[in-house]
Design a protein around this ligand. Structure first.
Ligand SMILES: *Cc1c(COP(=O)(O)O)cnc(C)c1O
Length: 374
């Protein structure tokens, strides 16, 4: 069986460095907030161009910290795409807000600006206060931030960039992480930049905002550690995870390039077979997933079974859109239904994607998909 994501191949490259750093941690003993954490935060901000980076416990807590710093209140509406991982929207009701689900673009899988505008109007109709937008860089491709942030600004709303899947992707000369009032990412092992456990980060340019984020990350601490001035959380990253990330961050630019080569090969070999991702000028995806669209009416489960038999694993991200999930379906949905999201949920199929996918494996994936569709 081909690996859907091959962390072992990457581990071979970084193992000596990781072991050196682990050994240093065992010697200095600062398991929490050790020097590796500070070094990582500096490296992350240098890499993406944000003025401030703050590591944290995971990508969900990163979103939660962002909502705390942006002072989400009960009755506030936050506009989110429905075609995303649950964590994007989950944090909003956790903080007393109401997610309003909008549709995505059929080509980019990312937030549709016209639907966003209608979602804001819907929030007002429902007597909610539209406070913010969470745009997602789904599958590694940046959302279309210029029009999205223009709409947010016009409506006095903030913008969070959920870049859990897209950290480091390029959007018109900028790297994600540096876009939005606050950007967040996840270092879950399967993300393009992952650690060996849970981890995440928040990014912003505002000096006051980063002070608030730092405080919320450690129980809302004030200048006196035992006089907490906010209701926060325990959102710290371990030194050990920071050590892994430091070794991986050094390889990340090269890995992003290697991912381009895999994507290019798939796009070329699958032309006319399935709808492959289209990346517009000005964008570079970090390819968290390589997701194709099968023709309407294709028996996707049969295609997956066929490919599995040929030793090729596939995944469906995401089979059930958020606005149709049990815990979320009572929240407002723009126009009541989201035709693009619903169609994509039925048609998408993600193929093995990682920087170390060899030539013969790529051929095997392509051949298996072609055979499964015959
Ligand atoms: C993975 C993911 C998250 C959550 O990250 P965790 O580190 O697993 O908490 C949030 N949003 C999106 C879009 C994700 O893919």
């Amino acid at each position: 069986m081909i690996n859907f994501i091959d962390l072992a191949a990457q581990q071979k490259r970084i193992r000596a460095g990781v072991e050196r750093r682990f050994s240093a941690i065992l010697d200095h003993g600062q398991y929490i907030m050790g020097p590796e954490v500070t070094e990582l935060e500096k490296g992350l901000q240098d890499f993406c161009g944000a003025k401030h980076a703050l590591s944290c416990s995971n990508g969900t807590d990163a979103l939660m910290l962002a909502l705390m710093a942006l002072e989400l209140r009960a009755g506030d509406a936050v506009i989110c795409p429905s075609f995303t991982f649950a964590a994007t929207a989950e944090v909003v009701p956790c903080m007393g807000g109401v997610p309003v689900f909008v549709d995505v673009d059929p080509v980019t899988f990312n937030m549709d600006v016209a639907s966003l505008k209608r979602g804001i109007a819907l929030a007002r109709e429902k007597g909610l206060n539209p406070r913010g937008v969470i745009a997602v860089d789904l599958f590694g491709l940046a959302a279309d931030y210029d029009p999205i942030s223009a709409v947010a600004k016009e409506n006095g709303m903030w913008l969070i960039s959920d870049s859990a899947q897209g950290f480091g992707a390029l959007y018109k000369g900028r790297r994600t992480g540096s876009i939005g009032d606050i950007a967040t990412t996840s270092f879950f092992p399967a993300k393009p930049l992952g650690c060996y456990g849970d981890g995440g980060a928040v990014f912003c340019d505002d000096d006051k905002m980063i002070e608030a984020l730092k405080s919320f990350r450690i129980h809302g601490m004030g200048s006196d550690k035992y006089d907490n001035v906010r209701i926060g959380m325990n959102g710290r990253l371990d030194s050990i995870q920071a050590a892994v990330l430091l070794e991986k961050l050094a390889l990340y630019p090269e890995e992003i390039d290697l991912r381009q080569a895999v994507a290019a090969r798939y796009a070329d070999a699958l032309k006319g077979v399935v709808e492959t991702p289209f990346i517009a000028d000005g964008y570079t995806s970090v390819w968290a997933q390589y997701t194709v669209k099968l023709a309407e009416g294709t028996d996707r489960a049969a295609v997956q079974a066929h490919m599995r038999e040929a030793g090729v694993p596939t995944m469906v991200y995401y089979p059930i859109p958020l606005h149709q999930q049990t815990a979320y379906k009572h929240f407002p949905t723009e126009s009541g239904r989201l035709p693009v999201t619903e169609s994509l949920a039925a048609r998408v199929l993600s193929l093995p994607m990682h920087p170390y996918l060899g030539e013969s494996d790529k051929t095997r994936v392509v051949d298996a998909l072609k055979a499964a569709l015959r």
